[in-house]
Design a protein around this ligand. Structure first.
Ligand code: AMP
Length: 280
């Protein structure tokens, strides 16, 4: 695995690989890696001849500066895991490399309603920050395929929109959510949970399962959601939202809507905010 700090050197290396016929898969991350991240690497390796990954804790996507400061960093272990997983090139940019003009007055993307729904509502500016970083990473890597996790459902829709806005030929693959044995979705943030918070965290998954069961039994969405909210609140989880939306665009689900639906949850335990979702 070759490590690159410079975006220009990475781009030069990958242009040569492309020219010699490599199919390049890209797995961007913020580090503190777990098996969910590595599942994206595995999927990329099954489809592409060269897998590139990046570790970059992007300052512009943190609406809460404390969350940015406390974001876990486990760089040496991450490098070891990515090398073992068969990543060919790892990009470790500094903020100055991706944002040479500084962090002020950055470009804005037209994300439509995705910007103000769900995560967008609770984390103003978050998805603009995601786009600013992903755009800069894509400009340097120019992958054929991009692998991202369904765990961040809304982020996948936002990045799909970004690729459209860029008229990019990169293909986005949305990969399944990897979970711990008790159902908790793997997340870098889980390591910040205390022992007692960790015991309560699977309630998010249990609520989603309960919603799915109720939904399949044909119960009204309102009562299914209320029951799920009660389940989480009763154990002290602070629920930002628990909603059922149209899977295609996350518009609120209305009686009589056609197509696939998705249930989405965001809830906090102590200082740690967790998100999860499940297709219904
Ligand atoms: P992050 O490092 O949190 O920015 O995540 C990097 C990528 O890994 C994103 O595309 C996430 O959606 C994906 N990811 C995070 N958690 C999981 C998980 N439990 N299962 C599958 N993919 C995940």
């Amino acid at each position: 695995m070759i490590l690159f700090k410079s975006g220009a050197e990475l781009a030069f290396h990958l242009q040569k690989k492309h020219a010699s016929g490599s199919r390049i898969g890209f797995v961007p991350t913020m580090g503190a890696l777990h098996d969910g991240h590595l599942s994206l690497v595995r999927q990329s390796r099954s489809q592409c001849s060269l897998t590139v990954s990046s570790i970059f804790i992007n300052p512009t996507q943190f609406n809460d500066p404390r969350d940015f400061q406390k974001y876990p960093v486990t760089l040496e272990k991450d490098i070891y895991l990515l090398e073992k997983a068969g990543v060919g090139a790892l990009f470790l940019p500094e903020v100055e490399d991706l944002y040479p003009g500084g962090l002020q007055d950055l470009e804005k993307y037209d994300l439509g309603r995705l910007e103000t729904l769900l995560e967008g509502k609770y984390r103003p500016g978050h998805f603009q920050g995601v786009c600013q970083a992903v755009r800069r990473l894509l400009d340097r890597v120019r992958p054929d395929d991009l692998f991202m996790g369904q765990k961040d459902y809304q982020q996948c829709l936002v990045v799909r929109r970004l690729l459209d806005l860029m008229s990019s030929s990169t293909v986005l693959h949305t990969c399944p959510i990897l979970r711990e044995a008790d159902g908790l979705a793997m997340s870098s943030r889980n390591m910040r949970l205390s022992e007692s918070e960790r015991k309560k965290a699977p309630l998010i998954y249990q609520s989603l399962v309960q919603i799915k069961t109720g939904w399949q039994e044909g119960r009204p969405a309102g009562s299914v959601l209320e029951q799920a909210r009660d389940l989480m609140s009763s154990e002290g989880l602070r629920v930002d939202y628990v909603e059922i939306a149209r899977a295609a665009d996350l518009a609120p689900w209305h009686e009589g809507d056609e197509g696939m639906a998705v249930a989405l949850v965001a809830a906090s335990l102590g200082e740690v905010r967790l998100i999860d979702n499940m297709l219904l």
